[in-house]
Design a binder for this molecule. Structure first.
Ligand SMILES: *[C@@H]1O[C@H](CO)[C@@H](O)[C@H](O)[C@H]1NC(C)=O
Ligand SMILES: *[C@@H]1O[C@H](CO)[C@@H](O)[C@H](O)[C@H]1NC(C)=O
Ligand SMILES: *[C@@H]1O[C@H](CO)[C@@H](O)[C@H](O)[C@H]1NC(C)=O
Ligand SMILES: *[C@@H]1O[C@H](CO)[C@@H](O)[C@H](O)[C@H]1NC(C)=O
Ligand SMILES: *[C@@H]1O[C@H](CO)[C@@H](O)[C@H](O)[C@H]1NC(C)=O
Ligand SMILES: *[C@@H]1O[C@H](CO)[C@@H](O)[C@H](O)[C@H]1NC(C)=O
Ligand SMILES: *[C@@H]1O[C@H](CO)[C@@H](O)[C@H](O)[C@H]1NC(C)=O
Ligand SMILES: *[C@@H]1O[C@H](CO)[C@@H](O)[C@H](O)[C@H]1NC(C)=O
Ligand SMILES: *[C@@H]1O[C@H](CO)[C@@H](O)[C@H](O)[C@H]1NC(C)=O
Ligand SMILES: *[C@@H]1O[C@H](CO)[C@@H](O)[C@H](O)[C@H]1NC(C)=O
Ligand SMILES: *[C@@H]1O[C@H](CO)[C@@H](O)[C@H](O)[C@H]1NC(C)=O
Length: 703
């Protein structure tokens, strides 16, 4: 009897140990499976290993829910670059409040007190540093219908407030240390209790996603409380622009892994014992490879970013007077380069941007961007603290401030605004000699990056090519990917995971998954007809287009496919064409003829039925808007950058010579291959049309 008991006891123990072992294995798997990119060999095999165990589809929809939850929440605090700011959706806060309020009065003046508490190295306990009162009037018509008017504010600390219909933004003027931490409470008038604000972290933490995956396999799709608990916080900590940039990239990488994971039929892969191929990398991931963007270049950028961070911190202490700020600027000999966007298209803006960034790097000037461009901030995270109102708050009123300053300061604050003309792209500059002013404002829409590195008479050529080991193939892309990154929130919004695609085109998800798959060799075609097309984009004309005019783009890609047949056979890749065009009728006609069939997205079979022309077209049927010819410039920019992001995943690019949209994207893609630049309506084949980026960089208005 005793022996049996002992055996039973031992068995349970063994069971426990095995259980623990399995638990540890799971744990190891989950935490090892990070979003980090690993490199295999050289620049040619740019792919990251992905091991996603469970179908990723569920997780992808969790992203959407989490984003919409975040956007609905009423409290968004930020502690970036040493300043604290709060964004409140006051409409939403008041709605919540009225749920508690059992007031009979129809009209009343009310207030809410928001308290900001700080904990520092010296004082670990949170103590209040600022009380903010927001006064408002509510009008209650009946139990449901409520309106309010925001009346005024007062506060015990210096801050600035802006309000729109829903949103109140508060900027506290005090500069804090990176190790400081904050909490926030709120208290409605007449309520005894102060409540602590909570908010959810963004971008989504992969560890929270993983804990959700681990514990909630069979739960319904409503955002589970376990996920909330994991991602919700009530303590605010510091981030620099560079940290936000890196975090955003890591989040997007993991999201791309999931997108790719969702496209793989895991069972078939396992039963056929096929090796799990890695997904195609996005350009920002390629840029981390020091065989693509050399280590010397990466160090150069990192040093600039650190310097930018340090200097902008040092000169932007809002507790000091403008005079003291200027004194500090002159003492440290800080010089500025301010980017001003043009009123023309996305490509013009981006190309001038990257050129200005290169000049700032070469001359060690503090780069500041024109922020009158809300779409940009919405779509792109930058690695620099660029905002003029935080770094150079005096700039907007410089002329009036200047008059009251000492002559030494006045004479030292020289300003020059320069507009670059068309010939910039083939002209040499000595930026120190040509522009000696302390504050420079660069306007323009042309590019000078390729000429700066390629010109025999460029004084920067030796430094760029020999000291930094850069070349015409990688310079634009390495610069681009070191300053801009596409935001996770944008990726999620452009890729609704449950969108049914009833239209002719492919869904965003199908396009992305095909472009990420190593089974395909994507060739990008960009056919740009002209601004007129985009101006009338949404009043779709029923006029027939003369498709023959664009045939050269398709014959060129056919040539390309024939030329590389052996390569595709050897690598077991299927060439496909991702078509971008401002004229939706071109996409529709091409899809009718050569649409990539649905069967090809199922990666289980190696067969993908091919049509006689050997063209397999991948395209969406979204409209294309021109940012300067539309009233919805936000959507225009979002769709434009999204198209550019997809196009940059293509291995090979065939673009329209007269447009720079496809061209800057091909440079930013870091594929470092010759491209094909064609004219609409011209006869051409691909046999003798390929051009190195060094040449393409000199075409129309330059790069
Ligand atoms: C603010 O909250 C209200 C109510 O929740 C919502 O309808 C509105 O869209 C929000 N505003 C913004 C700008 O998010
Ligand atoms: C809120 O903003 C409007 C303009 O958008 C402004 O007229 C009003 O004075 C502001 N209210 C407060 C209390 O700042
Ligand atoms: C701010 O306003 C509230 C009431 O609206 C008042 O109780 C408080 O004393 C005021 N504080 C300051 C610093 O004026
Ligand atoms: C930051 O700038 C100060 C001068 O303002 C300099 O003394 C210090 O070395 C810089 N620190 C870094 C990390 O660059
Ligand atoms: C700013 O620069 C000055 C002069 O080099 C230095 O004394 C000071 O410590 C710096 N302050 C910060 C916050 O970096
Ligand atoms: C900002 O300036 C104030 C007033 O001169 C000073 O007390 C404070 O220490 C400065 N802050 C930083 C971070 O340099
Ligand atoms: C300049 O100084 C004059 C006289 O001291 C003063 O009235 C004016 O407000 C000042 N202007 C600025 C922009 O500080
Ligand atoms: C600029 O400031 C420096 C240091 O204060 C001074 O020596 C120099 O003369 C000033 N330059 C001009 C043009 O006033
Ligand atoms: C630079 O010089 C080389 C020969 O020294 C020449 O082949 C090349 O075309 C020149 N490049 C430019 C951009 O002038
Ligand atoms: C944009 O708005 C303006 C005025 O609000 C209007 O005249 C114009 O027709 C609108 N354009 C488009 C493309 O909707
Ligand atoms: C390109 O090839 C075509 C025929 O294949 C020929 O007619 C044309 O002249 C060639 N162009 C160049 C620039 O070599």
């Amino acid at each position: 009897m005793i022996r049996i008991k002992k055996i039973l006891y031992l068995l349970t123990k063994i069971q426990r140990i095995i259980g623990l072992f399995i638990f540890i294995l799971t744990f190891l798997f989950i935490f090892h499976n990070d979003s980090k990119v690993q490199w295999h060999g050289g620049a040619s095999s740019q792919s990251a290993p992905v091991r996603i165990k469970r179908p990723a589809t569920g997780l992808l929809s969790l992203y959407e829910e989490a984003l919409s939850h975040r956007e609905k929440s009423s409290f968004h605090p930020m502690f970036h670059n040493h300043y604290v700011s709060l964004k409140l959706n006051f409409t939403s806060m008041i709605k919540d409040y009225l749920n508690y309020l059992k007031s009979d009065s129809k009209k009343k003046i009310d207030h809410v007190k928001i308290t900001c508490l700080k904990s520092s190295k010296a004082m670990k306990d949170f103590y209040p540093i600022c009380h903010i009162y927001l006064n408002f009037r509510v009008n209650i018509f009946n139990l449901k219908e409520v309106s309010f008017t925001f009346l005024s504010h007062n506060s015990s600390c210096s801050l600035s407030l802006t309000n729109t219909s829903d949103i109140i933004s508060l900027d506290i003027h005090e500069m804090f240390l990176a190790e400081d931490k904050f909490r926030f409470t709120y208290q409605w008038r007449g309520f005894d209790r102060e409540k602590l604000f909570r908010w959810s972290q963004w971008p989504l933490k992969t560890s929270c996603l993983k804990s959700y995956l681990n514990r909630n396999q069979r739960q319904s799709s409503t955002l589970p409380s376990i996920f909330f608990q994991c991602s919700s916080v009530n303590i605010l900590t510091h981030s620099t622009s560079r940290e936000l940039f890196i975090r955003e990239q890591e989040a997007v990488s993991y999201w791309l892994d999931l997108q790719y994971g969702a496209s793989i039929n895991r069972k078939v892969f396992d039963t056929n014992n096929l090796p799990t191929k890695s997904r195609r990398l996005a350009p920002f991931e390629i840029a981390k490879n020091n065989q693509v963007c050399p280590q010397k270049f990466q160090n150069w950028i990192l040093n600039y970013q650190k310097w930018h961070e340090n200097i902008s911190l040092n000169i932007s202490n809002r507790s000091t007077t403008f005079e003291e700020q200027f004194q500090r600027i002159i003492e440290l000999d800080v010089r500025f380069l301010i980017y001003k966007k043009s009123t023309t298209g996305i490509a013009d803006r981006m190309i001038h941007f990257i050129t200005t960034y290169l000049v700032a790097l070469l001359t060690n000037r503090l780069l500041i961007f024109d922020t009158n461009w809300p779409e940009f901030i919405d779509v792109i995270q930058s690695s620099l603290n660029y905002q003029p109102h935080t770094v150079i708050p005096w700039f907007a009123q410089l002329n009036s401030i200047k008059k009251n300053l000492s002559l030494t300061i006045q004479n030292n604050l020289t300003v020059k605004a320069h507009r670059f003309l068309t010939e910039r792209y083939k002209q040499d500059y000595d930026y120190e000699k040509d522009f000696p002013e302390r504050i420079l404002i660069f306007k323009g829409h042309t590019g000078g990056v390729i000429h700066t590195i390629a010109s025999n008479s460029s004084i920067y050529r030796k430094f760029l090519t020999i000291d930094l080991e850069m070349n015409t193939e990688n310079i634009f892309g390495c610069l681009y990917n070191s300053i801009f990154t596409y935001r996770l929130s944008q990726s999620i919004k452009r890729f609704p995971s449950n969108s049914l695609n009833k239209q002719l085109g492919h869904s965003s998800q199908q396009i992305l998954q095909a472009l990420l798959s190593p089974r395909f060799f994507p060739i990008g075609i960009q056919i740009r007809v002209g601004d007129k097309t985009m101006i009338h984009a949404n009043s779709i004309s029923h006029e027939k287009i003369n498709f023959e005019k664009f045939n050269n783009f398709f014959t060129c890609s056919q040539d390309l496919i024939y030329m590389n047949e052996n390569l595709f056979r050897r690598t077991n890749q299927i060439p496909i064409i991702f078509l971008l065009s401002d004229d939706i009728r071109i996409r529709q006609t091409a899809l009718k003829r050569w649409k990539l069939p649905f069967e090809c997205f199922r990666l289980s079979k190696n067969k993908c039925p091919s049509n006689n022309d050997h063209l397999q077209i991948l395209a969406n049927s979204n409209p294309v808007l021109h940012i300067s010819h539309t009233n919805n410039s936000m959507l225009a920019f979002q769709l434009g950058i999204f198209d550019s992001f997809l196009f940059s995943l293509c291995e090979q690019h065939i673009i329209t010579t007269k447009s720079r949209f496809g061209r800057f994207t091909a440079f930013a893609s870091l594929k470092q291959r010759n491209i094909y630049s064609l004219n609409i309506g011209k006869q051409s084949s691909c046999h003798n049309q390929s051009s190195p980026l060094a040449t393409v960089g000199y075409l129309r208005l330059g790069i």
